[in-house]
Design a binder for this molecule. Structure first.
Ligand SMILES: *Cc1c(COP(=O)(O)O)cnc(C)c1O
Length: 385
């Protein structure tokens, strides 16, 4: 179905932070399949994990124990707030699991009337019927009604608006610690801490969508760590598979109290292939010093981008974001910038608010930052209105 405005380029192979198209042209990949290929393309360790699993076993369903799923869950539990994990094939399924979980929690806790979730302007949670109802954006919802009426949307980073929106039917607050599609807009630490307190004071669950900002992207394993709080529920996907489709919904034992046998399920979610790759991704990411290295290289990229913006005020307005989840607010139409960068051999992703996203793999080096800056400088010079 023609639902995508695809660029007229097809890639044949990838190698680390580079992609090669069918004509043999090389591109510096600062799109990473939209924050997915955390270790670049064709990483030997991930290939080995997938190949080894592919020779043993592909799929058995969740009617049986899946050992890779058990070990991946145990590791996610060890390194996060969570006590329990449900695996999915995609981000939105993990998010959907979270929305079911918060309702069930309130129902089983004696508050069946608490069914509504507070969400934020600029949020993105995926494309199912429920997720588009949560994001409420015209371009996503028009023509798809009637939508589930379960979400109350308020301005981002506005704690007073959240407080005012909490009512007797509120079950949870769902937030991206850094809005990705919304234009790389980070929640402030005060906002995240304020949300935690509002949830505690009102018997609500704090539900984080870390599908884009989680799994090492900010230089922490998860973005919430930087705010000094923990959620009750969190969905992840994108980076955890390094390019293999897998997602997960993590929760505390308490929040998941209603998710008992038969209440939820999936055929493919958490299958041996996906969890083998997820475990391999965590092997690399949890290696001593790896995330410190991401923070260090991210600081260099951030500083270099500030330089680019200072040199090209007619084209770029500012640098945004945390770690390697970075955005450049554009002065010219962001689509023009995305195209011009691609012509010059660099891939980036557009976002709302006239922003381009820079989402390099977490393995980029100093040399590749220099290469990116050179391409950005050349492209901005071409685009001066
Ligand atoms: C990508 C994304 C989703 C949806 O994930 P899919 O795998 O496309 O279903 C949800 N929330 C956020 C924050 C995302 O970035």
């Amino acid at each position: 179905m023609p639902v995508y405005a695809r660029a007229d380029v097809a890639f044949e192979r990838g190698e680390g932070p580079y992609l090669f198209d069918t004509e043999g042209r090389r591109y510096l990949d600062f799109a990473s399949g939209i924050a997915v290929t955390a270790f670049g393309h064709a990483h030997p360790y991930l290939i080995a994990a997938l190949e080894a699993q592919a020779r043993k076993l592909w799929h058995t369903s969740n009617l049986f124990r899946v050992s890779g799923q058990e070990s991946l869950a145990a590791r996610l539990i060890e390194h996060t707030f969570a006590d329990t994990v449900f695996f999915t094939n995609s981000g939105v399924e993990a998010w959907e699991c979270g929305t079911k979980l918060v309702r069930k929690y309130q129902y089983e806790s004696g508050h069946p009337e608490r069914t509504r979730i507070i969400t934020f302007e600029g949020a993105f949670h995926g494309r199912t019927m429920t997720a588009i109802a949560a994001t409420k954006q015209e371009k996503m919802v028009k023509g798809f009604g009637p939508l589930i009426d379960a979400f109350d949307q308020v301005p981002f980073n506005d704690l007073e608006a959240v407080r005012a929106a909490i009512g007797p039917n509120t079950a949870a607050i769902c937030v991206e610690p850094i809005q990705g599609e919304g234009g790389i807009r980070p929640a402030t630490v005060e906002f995240m801490q304020g949300l935690r307190k509002l949830c505690d004071d009102n018997g609500l669950l704090l539900f984080l969508d870390e599908i884009q900002c989680g799994v090492g992207r900010t230089g922490k394993l998860f973005a919430y760590e930087s705010a000094g709080i923990t959620p009750d529920v969190m969905c992840i996907a994108k980076g955890i598979g390094g390019g293999f489709p897998i997602g997960a919904c993590l929760a505390t034992e308490k929040a998941a109290l209603g998710m008992t046998i038969g209440t939820h399920g999936t055929t493919f979610g958490g299958n041996p292939l996906g969890t083998a790759v997820g475990n391999a991704v965590l092997d690399l990411m949890l290696a001593p010093g790896f995330l410190d290295g991401v923070q260090a290289i991210a600081a260099e990229l951030h500083a270099a981008l500030n330089g680019v913006v200072a040199r090209h005020r007619a084209v770029l307005a500012e640098v945004r974001g945390v770690g390697l989840l970075l955005g450049l607010k554009s002065v010219v139409p962001n689509g023009d910038l995305v195209q011009a960068l691609r012509r010059n051999g660099m891939l980036v992703v557009g976002a709302a608010d006239n922003v381009i996203r820079l989402l390099p793999p977490l393995i980029i080096t100093r040399t590749q930052i220099d290469e990116a800056v050179a391409i950005l400088d050349r492209t901005c010079a071409e685009l001066v209105p």
